[in-house]
Design a protein around this ligand. Structure first.
Ligand SMILES: Nc1ncnc2c1ncn2[C@@H]1O[C@H](COP(=O)(O)OP(=O)(O)O)[C@@H](O)[C@H]1O
Ligand SMILES: [Mg+2]
Length: 299
C-alpha cells in the first residue's frame, strides 16, 4: 500500500513557524526492503512536554526516533525541528540541530574503558570550546542533576545498571539539549531503579523545560512520566492522548497491549517467522502499574 518513493513528496525546503511543536513528523513513511515500518506517521511533539511513544516490539519506535535525529531518512514525508525542515539536510547542516537533541539510546552505551568524567566530557570536547575547568563544572552539574555526585573517577563497570543509565542521561544533559530522546530508558532495571529514572525524566521537564520523547513498552513508566501517550501500531498512530484515555480506546489491539495479551494475531501483516509469543513484552502483572497512583503524575 505504500509506494517506495525515494524523493520526498514535499520537496519544498520551506521552514515554518512551529508554534509549540518543537519536533514534527509529517506523513513519514519508511520501509526496509518489503517491510513497511512507518506507514504515514504524523505527530507533533509539544515543547516542554513529555510524550511517551508506546507499541509492541518491532513496531518502529526506535526507527521513529532515528528519523528525528537524522540517523534515518524517510522514504516519503517530512521532519521538522523548531520549524526547520531537517530530513533533507546533509550531515554538516544537521550538526547544529543534533546538538539540541540529547540521545539516551539503548545502544548508546558508555565507553567501558573511560571514566564517568571522560564519558560525559566526550561531547563537550567534541562540540564546544569550553576550557577544562568549565567542562569539569558542567560535568559536576549534570551529575548532580541525575543524583550521582562524585562518581567522576569511576568506570562504568563499577556502577549499577541504574547508575549507568543516569550517567548516560548526564552525558546527554551536559550539552543542555532542548529535546531528549529516550529509547527504553527503564529496560533491564528493577522496579525501584526504573521508578528513579522515571522521576528523573519528570524532573528534567519540570526544572529545565526539556521536551522529552520517551519510547517505552513499560506501562508503569508511561503512566508516570507521560503528559501524553502515542501508540504506534501497524506503522500508524493508533492512539494519541492521556495515559488514562488509552483504557477507553476501542481498538482491540490497544486493549490487548494494555492487558499484556497482545499477540501475533493482532498483527495480520507480521511474517510467520516473527510470530513468536516470546516477543510479548508487556507484563500486566507488573506491580509498579498499580502501586504508583495518579497522584505522582504531573499534569
Ligand atoms: N536499519 C534497518 N534495516 C533493516 N530493518 C530495520 C532497520 N532498523 C529497523 N529495522 C526493522 O524495522 C522494524 C522496527 O524496528 P524498531 O524501530 O527497532 O522496533 P521497536 O519498535 O522495537 O523499537 C523491525 O522489524 C526491525 O527489524
Ligand atoms: Mg526499539
Amino acid at each position: 500500500m505504500v509506494e517506495a518513493v525515494r524523493q520526498p513528496e514535499h520537496a519544498a525546503q520551506g521552514d515554518e513557524p512551529y508554534g509549540d511543536a518543537i519536533v514534527r513528523l509529517e506523513d513519514v513513511h519508511k520501509r526496509f526492503g518489503s517491510q513497511v515500518v512507518l506507514d504515514g506517521v504524523s505527530l507533533a511533539f509539544e515543547e516542554g512536554k513529555t510524550t511517551v511513544v508506546m507499541g509492541p516490539s518491532g513496531c518502529g519506535k526506535s526507527v521513529m526516533l532515528k528519523h528525528i535525529v537524522g540517523l534515518l531518512r524517510p522514504d516519503k514525508g517530512a521532519i521538522y525541528f523548531a520549524g526547520k525542515r531537517i530530513d533533507q539536510l546533509d550531515e554538516d547542516e544537521l550538526a547544529p540541530v543534533r546538538l539540541q537533541i540529547g540521545l539516551v539510546f539503548q545502544m548508546g552505551a558508555l565507553f567501558d574503558s573511560m571514566s564517568v568524567e571522560d564519558n560525559i566530557a566526550f561531547p563537550l570536547i567534541e562540540h564546544t570550546q569550553l576550557s577544562a575547568g568549565e567542562r569539569r563544572d558542567r560535568i559536576a552539574e549534570a551529575l548532580e542533576t541525575v543524583d550521582l555526585q562524585g562518581v567522576q573517577p569511576k568506570l562504568p563497570s563499577q556502577l549499577s545498571g541504574g547508575q549507568r543509565k543516569r550517567v548516560a542521561i548526564a552525558r546527554a544533559l551536559v550539552m543542555r539539549p532542548r529535546v531528549i530522546l529516550f529509547d527504553e530508558p527503564t529496560t533491564g532495571l528493577d522496579p525501584i531503579r526504573s521508578a528513579g529514572i522515571d522521576d528523573l525524566i519528570v524532573r528534567l521537564r519540570e526544572k529545565f523545560n526539556v521536551t522529552n520523547i520517551v519510547v517505552t513498552h513499560d506501562l508503569a513508566s508511561a503512566r508516570h512520566v507521560a503528559d501524553r501517550v502515542v501508540m504506534l501500531l501497524g506503522g500508524k498512530v493508533a492512539a494519541d492522548g492521556s495515559f488514562e484515555s488509552l483504557a477507553n480506546n476501542a481498538d482491540v489491539r490497544i486493549q490487548h497491549f494494555l492487558t499484556g495479551t497482545y499477540s501475533a494475531d493482532d498483527e495480520p501483516g507480521m511474517p510467520e517467522a516473527d510470530k513468536n509469543p516470546a516477543t510479548l513484552e508487556v507484563d500486566a502483572s507488573n506491580p509498579r502499574l498499580f502501586k504508583r497512583g495518579k497522584d505522582k503524575r504531573t499534569s
